[in-house]
Design a protein around this ligand. Structure first.
Ligand code: SAM
Length: 463
């Protein structure tokens, strides 16, 4: 699909745009493939040596792959040991490292978060007592976000499904960092998805520009004074990038953040750019200059908050007459249980960081919360029916029975086929591949029940 002429015309005066190399790179056979490793689920050394030969320069966890495998048929992908993410967008890591004190406990909102690329990256950078609230306004996309963050396996990640205005109005002055990876016209991904060129139009760029302003204005109050706003798009259009930076500088109380080591950024092929009115610096990624797709990012510090910050409600501890029984059961499943707290909702138990108790209450009272802490499962009789979230979490007790699968068995398990295991041990068993949990199975005297979630199962047929 050819790049729309109207887009090319609109980019002629844009910093860093070179039509000839830009067009030529769009005609190349295949874009680079990159993944980002999950620091909480380390892969074996041999695996790094095999695939991680070429790191993404601006990310500690990003690596290019020599070719694109069929990720669906890699059990380690389903185990959450890595996320498939194009390299340019991993630059948010560099921006965060240079604008925010990541060794402090932070409250971070990823406002437009599905499917979870930026959120899984941000979660990898935060302290355990920090909070990442990942929001997605579209309900079906919020489900995918929950699935991806469940796979990533962090206890401090929360998901909500709200309009930006709800968060701006109800959580005033709450967040240290606001990430707006805005819905955009998507031209930066044309190389990866040539069909998308058909949906591009100047009218849509204008609509996106208006929507981006509305999202920023609606959410703005939830950022603390001195908090950091990170704005990004995967569009090349100036109106969605530099013009939005001008709008931010005009309408909101901010100071633009300039990233250090400009020479290194330029050596990596990243193009610093300035908005025309306020000379706010942003960073452009062109696929003919970096090994990645089209991307834009800019950061700002909030200089003034006009609203009183929301107060987190103080929770009075409620007596729990079942606590002894619950503790006895959960101790079998969760290591260091004494470090966590839990609550019961609709028969499901959720384990969470007790330092977040008041924050969770605040979210529950004000937002449509879709994920909080780790869902443990339900108590039936004297035991737990474990949830998939527990299998994917870092909480699992070391004594839980594990059954290591071959690649073929793992794929069969992930398809939710009937399982045939060698020497299975009766009861609940964690299915693992190369040591990484995939989910639960229950071994009965005559058969093995596959508890891999139906909605996550592999449907694709051909390997
Ligand atoms: N940050 C994501 C990642 O790294 O995987 C990608 C986000 S995508 C560029 C933009 C997201 O904004 C989409 O998931 C889209 O559903 C959501 N969105 C669309 N309209 C929105 C609105 N009016 N307010 C907030 N988010 C919106």
């Amino acid at each position: 699909m050819p790049i729309p002429q109207a887009l090319l015309d609109s980019l002629q005066d844009t910093t860093g745009f070179t039509q000839e190399s830009f067009l030529s790179v769009h005609n190349q056979a295949s874009p680079p493939t990159s993944i980002r490793l999950n620091p909480f689920k380390p892969s074996p050394e041999a695996w790094y040596q095999e695939v991680g030969k070429e790191p993404v320069p601006w990310s500690d966890y990003g690596t290019y792959l020599p070719e694109r495998p069929v990720f669906t048929f890699d059990p380690l992908f389903h185990a959450g040991t890595y996320y498939v993410q194009e390299a340019s967008s991993m630059f948010i890591e560099y921006v965060l490292r240079n604008t925010v004190k990541l060794n402090q406990d932070l409250k971070v909102l990823d406002l437009c978060a599905a499917p979870g690329g930026k959120s899984t990256l941000i979660a990898s950078l935060l302290t355990p007592d920090s909070i990442l609230l990942s929001n997605e306004v579209i309900r079906s996309r919020a489900n995918i976000l929950v699935d991806n963050l469940t796979k990533w396996g962090c206890l401090n990640t929360y998901v909500c499904n709200n309009d930006p205005k709800d968060i701006g109005q109800r959580l005033a002055g709450y967040f240290d960092v606001l990430v707006v990876d805005a819905p955009c016209s998507g031209s930066g991904l044309f190389r990866k998805d040539p069909e998308a060129t058909e949906e591009w139009s100047p009218e849509n760029v204008t609509l996106c520009y208006q929507r981006q302003q509305r999202i920023l204005a609606d959410a703005w109050d939830c950022l603390k004074e001195d908090g950091i706003l990170i704005y990004s798009t995967c569009s090349y259009s100036q109106s969605e990038n530099e013009d939005i930076c001008d709008w931010i500088c005009t309408e909101l109380d901010v100071k633009n953040c300039v990233l250090p080591n400009e020479e290194i950024l330029k050596a990596w092929g990243i193009v610093p750019t300035q908005s025309s009115q306020h000379q706010a610096t942003g960073y452009r990624f062109y696929p003919d200059k970096v090994k990645g797709e089209g991307f834009f990012i800019a950061a700002f510090k909030k200089t003034k908050n006009e609203y009183l910050a929301v107060k987190t409600p103080r929770i009075k501890p409620q007596p729990n007459k079942n606590r002894r029984t619950e503790t006895a059961i959960f101790t079998k499943w969760v290591k260091n249980l004494e470090q966590y707290a839990w609550f019961l909702k609709n028969d499901d138990y959720y384990l969470f960081n007790p330092k977040h108790e008041n924050d969770i209450k605040l979210f529950q009272l004000n937002l449509y919360l879709r994920k909080a802490g780790v869902r443990l499962g339900q108590i039936a009789g004297n035991d737990l029916v474990p949830d998939h979230e527990l299998a994917m979490s870092p909480l699992l007790q070391t004594t839980i029975h594990r059954h290591e699968l071959t690649k073929e068995q793992a794929i069969s398990y992930l398809r939710r086929d009937d399982l045939v295991l060698d020497n299975p041990t009766k009861g609940w068993s964690l299915m693992t591949y190369e040591g990484h949990p995939l989910g639960w199975a229950k071994v009965l005297p005559t058969r093995v029940n596959n508890y891999y979630p139906k909605e996550l199962r592999i449907l694709k047929q051909v390997i």
